[in-house]
Design a protein around this ligand. Sequence first.
Ligand code: KMH
Ligand code: ZN
Length: 273
Amino acid sequence: MEKLIITAAICGAEAFKENNPAIPYTVKEIGIEAERAFLAGASIIHLHVREDDGTPTQNKERFKACMEEIKSRIEEVIIMPSTGGAVGMTDQERLQPIFLENIEMASLDMGTMNFGGQEIFVNTEKTIKHFAEEMYKRGIKPELECFDKGMIDTTLRLNAQGLIKSPMHFNLVFGVKGGINATIRDLAYLIDNLPHNSTYTVTGIGQYEMPMAALSIALGGHVRVGLEDNIYISKGVLAESNAQLVDKIVRIANEMGREIASPYDARKILKIK
Ligand code: KMH
Ligand code: ZN
């Protein structure tokens, strides 16, 4: 099997220090969390950023400051900014980080959905096409975020039209209220629908983070963990850091015989130039 790419989603936009004090807000906190996650075994940092008071922002200058802080600590890591941002942001706000220099990857959300029970995460086809076009113009590889089977179908349709380019890299997200559940059957169904030359990572939300990751490791997929998706290290026990979640995945992967990818390996596997 290929080496295992671990993505650390260190910050997100939905959880706050009130939920887990380890969630980073400041530029320095983001740098520290990214560095520790990398040292634990993550090769990709999926990045959202915050104002110092914790407010989610897609501000380009704030992303620049956070990315510089991360790169000053760990030059080789792949940083993948979010273009999902937080629910309710405009497209223009969300897209800002891709206009920075030397962006290798960015998230691209492949459909509209109820999100977390209360909100609607809006990604019209017009938005998706626009975001994709702007990414490809800049040589940025999109990570295709699919929260349900219909989003894979949309991706394949846009791929057939040449608007999403092969080889594609998917992030299959399980367990968001409004998206697909997190069962073995759901995982098998989504994977079964991916083109053979594509790669995928698996994200399980909340209690599903580790079980879904373990299944992906066994199947040859890649994994994402981090405080964006899950704030607990075990039932009722808050994670002390993103690195603690990455550590746990590395232990599981070691036991299962999957080697961990470095950023160099990850670029090769994902065919990032
Ligand atoms: N915060 C969610 C509404 C992404 O990063 O592209 C969207 C999200 C997905 O986190
Ligand atoms: Zn995200």
